[in-house]
Design a protein around this ligand. Structure first.
Ligand code: ATP
Length: 154
């Protein structure tokens, strides 16, 4: 199924809006140009929802989440940038593992199962794409979901 990734991301941003407001976090999408990808809209929506949930959950009051879509080197990219606590380098290689959580003790105060990122990664791979996470402790996180463009679309 051909999906406009910008439209899908816009819909998910709207879905998390009240959750973000409760935590005094601003979530915005700055792209409006449609980018067509081939995929399963339910799987992709779930993946994006998990990523946005993380960007809000590991953020702080007054923080921001910026979402944009773009095309680069024949691929469509969804980028989610947050101003949250970031992820220390030692944890980055493990984030695609199921049930992996950075702070096991904090698991009790900030709810989560450690599945969000692994689901997003599996979904990206199933669509012939990739999930790339760039972060440093205390410096926010940028997650990029890369998907192949649909031939004949632009
Ligand atoms: P859930 O399945 O509910 O998303 P979770 O957030 O614990 O649970 P993942 O989404 O897989 O699980 O994330 C794994 C770990 O990576 C988290 O425990 C968290 O410490 C860290 N993490 C993920 N996204 C971010 C982010 N945007 N900023 C900071 N830390 C993050």
């Amino acid at each position: 199924e051909v999906i406009d990734l910008t439209e899908l991301a816009t819909r998910v941003v709207h879905r998390v809006q009240s959750l973000a407001e409760q935590q005094q976090i601003t979530v915005q999408i700055t792209s409006s140009q449609p980018w067509q990808v081939l995929g399963d809209p339910v799987l992709l929506e779930q993946a994006i929802l998990g990523l946005l949930d993380n960007a809000i959950k590991y953020n702080h009051a007054g923080g921001q989440v910026n979402v944009r879509t773009m095309k680069q080197n024949g691929q469509v990219i969804l980028e989610i940038q947050d101003t949250g606590r970031g992820i220390a380098a030692e944890h980055l290689p493990h984030l695609g593992e199921r049930f992996y959580r950075v702070d096991k003790a904090r698991a009790r105060s900030v709810g989560g199962t450690g599945l969000g990122l692994s689901i997003a990664q599996e979904s990206a791979l199933a669509h012939g794409g990739q999930l790339h996470i760039q972060s440093a402790s205390g410096q926010g996180t940028t997650v990029r979901l890369t998907l192949p463009v649909v031939q004949g679309h632009h």
